[in-house]
Design a binder for this molecule. Structure first.
Ligand SMILES: C[S@@+](CC[C@H](N)C(=O)[O-])C[C@H]1O[C@@H](n2cnc3c(N)ncnc32)[C@H](O)[C@@H]1O
Length: 334
C-alpha cells in the first residue's frame, strides 16, 4: 500500500541538522566506514542520511529522550509493519473514536492545542494504551501522534511556552509517519552519551550535543509526558512535570564532560558540529564550550581538520547576518 505520511524531517526540532545535511555529508570521508554512531541523534535526520550510504552496514542511534527513542524505533525499524492495519486505526482515530475528557484535556486545553484537539489527542493516547499489538505498532502510532501534534501546536516548535496572543483553533488530524526504507542493521539506545561511549565500538562517531543551558527534556516535556503516560502533576505556565533527564552538556562543566566522552570513544573518525554562538547576547543561548576548548579536546584524540560555513538565517522578518558560522570538526583518530 502506498504511504504518504510524515517523513522523519517533517518535525520541528531545535538544533536539527536538516538544513545543513548536504554540506555536512559533502565533507565526510566515508570510504572505509561501516559502523556509525549518532550519539546525540536528536531528530534522527543525520542517521537517516547515513542510511543512504551503500558501504555503511550498521547505524547506532542514541539520545536521552524517551520520545526520541520511540521515534527512532518507528522510522528505522518500522518498514515491515502492516500499514493496512495502521491505516484502519488512522481512520478510526480521525472519524469514530469515542471522545472523552482526559488527562491531556484537563491540563493543556486552549494552551498548546485547542480544547477539542486536546480531547482528541488524549482520547487517542488512552486508546493506544489499550491496544494489544507488537511494540513496533505502538511506536509507529505514538510517533505519528507526535508528528501530527507538532504540525498544529500553538508554539514556535517546542513546549517552553505557547503563543498567548491567539486562542488555538481546532486543527488536529491524525496522520501516520512513513518508516525509512533501508538495508542497515540498527541499534537504538536511550542512554547518557558518556555511558554509551564506554560500551561501543564504531568506525565513525557523530557528535552533536546541546551547547547552551537550554535542556531538551524541558523543551519537549509534553512529548515525554505523552509517551510515558504516567500522568504526573504539572506546574508552571508551560505545565511541566518534575525535572528528569537533565543534561550535563547544558551546565558549566560541559567541556569536562565532552572531554571525558571523547577520551572514551573507540573509533577511527569523529565528526562534531558546532556554531559560534559562544558569546551570544542572550545568556541562555551562550555556548558552554568555547571554540578553543573544543580544539584542544579534539586535538588530543588525533589529527583535526576544521571546516566552516557562513550560515545566514532568517529572523522575525529580517535577514540577520550576525556573522553566524557553522563548524565541522573532523578528527582522524590516532
Ligand atoms: C543538538 S541536538 C542533536 C540534533 C541532531 N543532530 C539533529 O540533527 O536533529 C542534541 C541532542 O542531544 C540530546 N542529549 C543531551 N544530553 C545528552 C546526553 N548526555 N546523552 C545523550 N543525549 C543527550 C538531546 O536530547 C538532543 O536531542
Amino acid at each position: 500500500m502506498q504511504q504518504t505520511g510524515f517523513n522523519i524531517n517533517n518535525r520541528r526540532y531545535i538544533g536539527s541538522k536538516t538544513k545543513l545535511i548536504e554540506w555536512i555529508f559533502e565533507n565526510l570521508k566515508l570510504q572505509n566506514i561501516k559502523i556509525v554512531c549518532d550519539i546525540f541523534a536528536g531528530s534522527g535526520v543525520v542517521s537517516k542520511q547515513f542510511t543512504n550510504i551503500p558501504q555503511i552496514t550498521n547505524i547506532i542511534l542514541n539520545d536521552l529522550l524517551y520520545s526520541n527513542e520511540i521515534i527512532y524505533s518507528a522510522f528505522f525499524l518500522g518498514q515491515d509493519a502492516n500499514f493496512k492495519l495502521l491505516n484502519e486505526l488512522k481512520d478510526f482515530f480521525n472519524n469514530d473514536i469515542k471522545l472523552a475528557q482526559n488527562y491531556f484535556s484537563d491540563n493543556f486545553s486552549d494552551k498548546f492545542f485547542s480544547h477539542n484537539d486536546c480531547i482528541k489527542i488524549g482520547s487517542i493516547r488512552e486508546y493506544i494504551d489499550t491496544l494489544q499489538l507488537d511494540d513496533i505498532y505502538i511506536h509507529i502510532l505514538l510517533a505519528s501522534l507526535i508528528y501530527s501534534m507538532d504540525k498544529i501546536s500553538n508554539t514556535v516548535g517546542h513546549y517552553e511556552a505557547y503563543r498567548k496572543t491567539q486562542i488555538p483553533q481546532d486543527k488536529f488530524v491524525f496522520e501516520l509517519i512513513t518508516p525509512i526504507n533501508h538495508n542497515k542493521k540498527i541499534e537504538i539506545y536511550r542512554l547518557d552519551a558518556n555511558q554509551l561511549a564506554k560500551n561501543i565500538k564504531a568506525d565513525l562517531v557523530f557528535i552533536d550535543p546541546p551547547y547552551n543551558s537550554r535542556q531538551y527534556s524541558r523543551f519537549y516535556h509534553l512529548y515525554e509526558n505523552l509517551v510515558k503516560w504516567e500522568k504526573p502533576r504539572l506546574s508552571g505556565v508551560a505545565l511541566k512535570p518534575i525535572e528528569e533527564n537533565m543534561s550535563e552538556y547544558c551546565r558549566s562543566n560541559a567541556a569536562h564532560v565532552l572531554s571525558d566522552l571523547v577520551d572514551n570513544l573507540d573509533c577511527k573518525q569523529i565528526v562534531l558540529t558546532y556554531n559560534n554562538t559562544y558569546s551570544s547576547k542572550s545568556s541562555s543561548s551562550q555556548n558552554k564550550i568555547s571554540f578553543n576548548e573544543l580544539k584542544s579536546i579534539l586535538t588530543s584524540k588525533g589529527k583535526l581538520k576544521i571546516i566552516e560555513k557562513k550560515y545566514n538565517y532568517f529572523n522575525a522578518g529580517k535577514t540577520n547576518f550576525d556573522n553566524h558560522k557553522e563548524f565541522l570538526f573532523l578528527v582522524e583518530v590516532k
